[in-house]
Design a protein around this ligand. Structure first.
Ligand code: MTE
Length: 334
């Protein structure tokens, strides 16, 4: 999701042939990933994955073989959340990503293999009864996993339909017992410049972070996601744990979370810090509220390229619209 403040050397995407750019980047990324192997020897399954060449599915399967929670997959699907479109092809979903820690383009899947996803802890702090740091495997085993098929919408107007695996965020909120005055949750992503080159881009306000109100977090749609397509998440999709709120634009949904803080103050997100006029706090999907650079009237499905009309609240209004009844003066949609 490019921002307006672009350093001089960073050519706008339209000046490159997209395919040439991606192929070239993949060559660079492949070299980088191999060179980094020694550093990231602790990355889950990385050594095994080297044998899989450049096939993203092969890399992923090798990692799943070493994942300490692999016995929890596949999880039973909750049929309540049905789709109006086919699921997006797995390969498309896992190779077209936004993960700025690994680069400001979509082809980061190989670079992201350097992320050491174990050992991994999640700190839950701020306005809660008992602040704690928990091993991610204990966290994942604490709540029963389930599969849900959701639409996913990026503010850049691409979209996908994905079978996520995870547990309700509401379960976690209840478990940690927020204090009376707490109103927001803030999710924070890992920050380690030895594994992710994006941290050297010092104009970004690292670490990646974003927040929700506690009411939004308690909504039945909000999921702590640990897997996708019946397997633990691959690194490029936010392993070992990310948040999914399907009625909001994708940038509101941080990946590879290390901290969840409860607070009484509305947080300012990564993107809002960079460009508050373009990326507001609420960021709910609305076809009639364009982003300065992307009309939101339609969306392009990954894989098929099909154009579909955008749905208000991404089609989840019956679950979430009432959350905003008392907030008419707020900029709810961009
Ligand atoms: N989380 C982190 N840590 N870093 C990111 O750059 N990008 C966001 C979101 N979460 C991002 C992130 C954006 S802009 C989108 S659209 C989605 O992740 C993309 O998720 P996906 O690549 O798994 O499809």
């Amino acid at each position: 999701m490019p921002i307006r403040r672009r350093p001089g050397w960073d050519l706008p995407a339209h000046t490159l042939s997209p395919e040439a750019a991606v192929l070239d980047r993949r060559r660079v990324l492949a070299t980088t990933a191999i060179g980094a192997g020694a550093i990231a020897a602790g990355a889950l399954g990385l050594r095994a994955a080297f044998g899989q060449g450049r096939d993203p599915i092969g890399w992923w399967e090798a990692q799943v073989g070493n994942d300490p929670t692999r016995d929890l997959y596949p999880a039973a699907r909750v049929e309540t959340y049905t789709l109006d479109r086919p699921l997006t092809d797995t390969r498309e979903t896992i190779t077209y990503n936004n993960f700025y820690e690994f680069g400001s383009h979509k082809g980061i899947w190989q670079a992201a293999q350097r992320l050491p996803t174990r050992p991994w802890t999640v700190t839950i702090d701020g306005m809660v009864a008992t602040p704690r740091t928990i091993d991610v495997d204990a966290l994942i085993r604490r709540f029963p996993l389930q599969e849900r098929t959701y639409r996913f919408r990026c503010v850049e107007a691409w979209a996908m339909a994905v079978p996520w695996v995870g547990f309700p965020l509401a379960d976690l909120v209840r478990w940690v017992e927020p204090l009376g005055g707490a109103r927001y949750l803030v999710f924070e992503t890992f920050q380690d410049a030895t594994v992710a080159p994006g941290f050297r881009q010092s104009w970004y306000p690292w670490p990646y972070r974003d927040g929700l109100t506690i009411d939004e977090a308690m909504n039945e749609l909000s999921l702590m996601v640990t897997g996708v397509y019946g397997k633990p998440l691959p690194p490029q999709m936010g392993s070992p744990v990310r948040v999914i709120t399907p009625w909001k634009y994708g940038f509101k949904q941080p990946k590879s979370i290390v901290r969840i803080s409860f607070t009484d103050r509305r947080p300012v997100s990564f993107w809002e810090t960079l460009q508050a006029r373009e990326y507001g706090f609420w960021a709910n999907v609305n076809p009639e509220v364009p982003h300065p650079r992307w009309s939101q009237a339609t969306e392009r499905m990954l894989g098929t390229g099909e154009r579909r009309p955008t749905l208000i609240w991404n089609g989840y209004g019956e679950y979430v619209a009432q959350l905003y009844d008392g907030l008419k003066g707020e900029r709810l949609f961009a």
